[in-house]
Design a protein around this ligand. Structure first.
Ligand code: WTA
Length: 634
């Protein structure tokens, strides 16, 4: 029996049991049968969660781009690897074959090498969702350089922090980007960011033809270099444990964490999960609507699909441009078979006139996916009934930047789905639910904090330049466990439902935002004394942000309105527009414990308008402020 593609529930349980009983044998079989290794490993796995140290396929040599490109050339050279659907529906879509993609990647790899980039160097990528983005990632991997993609909606400050933290040598960007009816001055943002850091070269892709400044000796147009470059490039030989990329994710406090993913395990894991979770078949067209600036795009637009020789669609635009039917028009136009999106998009689209979804042919769809945050019951049913016509399974996939790939998810046509449940662990994944005292909750019908007991090949190996923080954040809360930061419950048949973050990270429209860094930004305002941010439920965004801000001096409400604008402006500059607060309440003080810790639990309840559950506030340092905050709630 080949374990590469699971066909039914019985087979799932059978293979799952094996994957847990003999994880090394299990992953070794997958790795051996389905990938191209230049040298086999000496050891499948060594691990120790207390250091923590995890190594998969140690001693093996490979290049992930030979797996994503070269090995498909003979059988799939003329198959479309990437479909590019531009922001403007009038602009023609591009179909890039595996052969063409291979050529473009090799050319780009040559350009990088000519710029002095070599194995281990960090390359910052700040690009819109255009084919060059995928090409650049693969070119870095071909050279052995470590890509650090920064989502092109992040601010210049967020960009420079990431460039500095990972000490990037070069930045690859575009003149501008299109987002619906707007265009964004990407190069201007880069110029601003680079005032704070030391970068030798900026390669610029021409996309919007906008008027930009090119800094002499630093900025170079990419296309002429590509035109000159050779389309042969021998892939660098990488160790399985060599870093493939760094991708930053928000922590609840402090600066963002540069999660480091390595080559061999990440490849095996993303490819294998892609194959099973989407049941991809040879001529299918697969579309994930995420941006490659997030982990979902890395794993399930680029690496997972291409390692399987799939056709993967990249969409440059937004769901509401030119109208709210755009996603469905794209599904119809390209006959998309697997469609993978986020609950926040589903909720926004579900609010629109049904005709957007009903006047298009969605019959190509076989599998629907959801990722990024819990999907609520209403959105699940709309997705299931209106888009899936009740016949296409929804795979509600739970995972994280840190996990590299999908961890808990139904397998379509294999696992019976249940609304709002991510259902069963993926093969080889061993979840555990823990109670607050650190005991594992055994059996079914329990709720606790979600941990993972055993390594899986796709897990991040460290935080760039900060292994101590990696240990502290993920491996110190529970002994010998990876702690996810999420809460979850396990129902009577063993299905998991993710209940949400249990730390101070709030997921807004699928984007993780640590409240600590947001508060730091607000506290920079000269009028602000201190602040606390919490999430509260929002119909479309899932969560929105509620800020409690106490000022050095209290003022009139007119002044307050200006302050609100200034605070959001600060947040936009420091983090990005996605992090703006929906509500800002000015308060005399913030409720604190006797040890001086802000009582966020109470603030969260007030923001949620749930005053019945405030608990005992009498032990606070300043209980009187609670009522005052309730009285002035917005
Ligand atoms: C949340 C995205 C419920 C969760 C791949 C996790 C989910 C965080 C789901 C990671 C889901 C992701 N159901 N919650 N299906 N998928 N999450 O790093 O809180 O951007 O910890 O990775 O998103 O977000 P990240």
């Amino acid at each position: 029996m080949s374990h590469y593609s699971i066909k039914n529930l019985e087979e799932y349980y059978q293979v799952y049991r094996k994957s847990v009983r003999e994880p090394e044998n299990f992953w070794e079989e997958i790795a051996e049968e389905h990938f191209l290794w230049r040298k086999k490993w000496d050891k499948v796995l060594s691990w120790d969660f207390s250091s923590p140290e995890v190594k998969w396929f140690e001693g093996a040599k490979l290049n992930i781009t030979e797996n994503c490109l070269d090995r498909h050339l003979l059988s799939r050279g003329h198959k479309t690897a990437i479909i590019f659907e531009p922001n403007n529906p009038e602009e023609e879509a591009q179909h890039i074959t595996y052969k063409q993609l291979h050529e473009r990647v090799c050319k780009m790899a040559n350009v990088l090498r000519d710029q002095g980039i070599k194995k281990g160097d960090r390359v910052c990528v700040y690009l819109p969702m255009i084919p060059e983005l995928a090409v650049t990632l693969l070119a870095c991997a071909r050279v052995g350089a470590i890509h650090n993609v920064v989502f092109a909606g992040f601010s210049s400050k967020a960009l420079s922090t990431r460039i500095v933290d990972s000490d990037c040598k070069i930045v690859i960007t575009a003149d501008g980007s299109y987002r619906g009816s707007k265009s964004i001055d990407l190069k201007g943002i880069v110029d601003e960011a680079l005032q704070d850091c030391d970068i030798e070269k900026v390669l610029v892709v021409k996309r919007t033809n906008s008027d930009i400044t090119m800094v002499e000796d630093r900025d170079v147009w990419l296309q002429p270099l590509l035109d000159e470059a050779s389309s042969d490039f021998e892939a660098e030989l990488m160790d399985a444990e060599d870093p493939l990329f760094i991708l930053y994710t928000s922590g609840s406090t402090g600066k963002p964490k540069g999660m480091v993913h390595t080559t061999g395990g990440y490849m095996v894991y993303t490819a294998y999960t892609f194959k099973n979770v989407f049941q991809y078949k040879e001529n299918d067209v697969y579309w994930c609507t995420a941006d490659i600036g997030w982990i979902t795009g890395h794993s399930y637009i680029v690496y997972g699909p291409l390692a399987n020789g799939a056709t993967t669609l990249m969409f440059e635009g937004v769901p509401h441009y030119p109208d709210f039917g755009r996603f469905w028009q794209i599904v119809e136009k390209h006959k998309v078979n697997q469609f993978y999106t986020a609950p926040t998009a589903i909720r926004a689209l579900a609010k629109q006139n049904l005709s957007f979804a009903e006047n298009v042919d969605l019959s190509s769809i076989k599998v629907l996916g959801s990722v990024g945050e819990p999907i609520n019951e209403e959105a699940w049913h709309w997705y299931n009934d209106i888009i899936g016509k009740g016949k296409n399974p929804i795979v509600d996939t739970w995972w994280q930047t840190e996990t590299g790939g999908i961890m808990i998810s139904p397998l379509p046509y294999v696992t019976p789905t249940k609304p709002t449940y991510a259902t069963l662990p993926f093969l080889g994944v061993q979840p555990a639910l823990m109670d607050e005292s650190g005991e594992e909750l055994k059996g079914n019908q329990v709720e606790g904090r979600l941990c993972i007991k055993f390594p899986w090949p796709g897990m991040a190996r460290t935080i760039w330049n900060n292994h101590e923080r990696y240990k502290e954040t993920y491996f110190s809360t529970y002994k010998n466990m990876y702690f996810t930061g999420d809460g979850a419950l396990r129902d009577e048949v063993g299905y998991y439902r993710i209940t949400g973050r249990v730390d101070d990270v709030v997921i807004v429209s699928g984007h993780n935002l640590g409240t600590g860094p947001l508060e730091d930004a607000i506290n920079e305002h000269p009028a602000v004394s201190e602040s606390a941010i919490v999430g509260f439920p929002h119909e479309i965004k899932g969560n929105a942000l509620y800020g409690y801000v106490s000022l050095k001096e209290t003022g009139e409400s007119r002044v307050h309105d200006n302050l609100r604008k200034e605070i959001n402006q600060l947040i936009s500059e420091r983090i990005g527009p996605i992090a703006k607060l929906d509500k800002i309440q000015f308060t005399e003080a913030l409720p604190k414990t006797r040890s001086g810790k802000i009582m966020r639990r109470i603030l969260r309840k007030i923001a949620e308008n749930d005053m019945s559950n405030l608990g005992d506030t009498s032990t606070l340092l300043n209980p009187e402020v609670v009522q005052d905050i309730i009285d002035h709630r917005i």
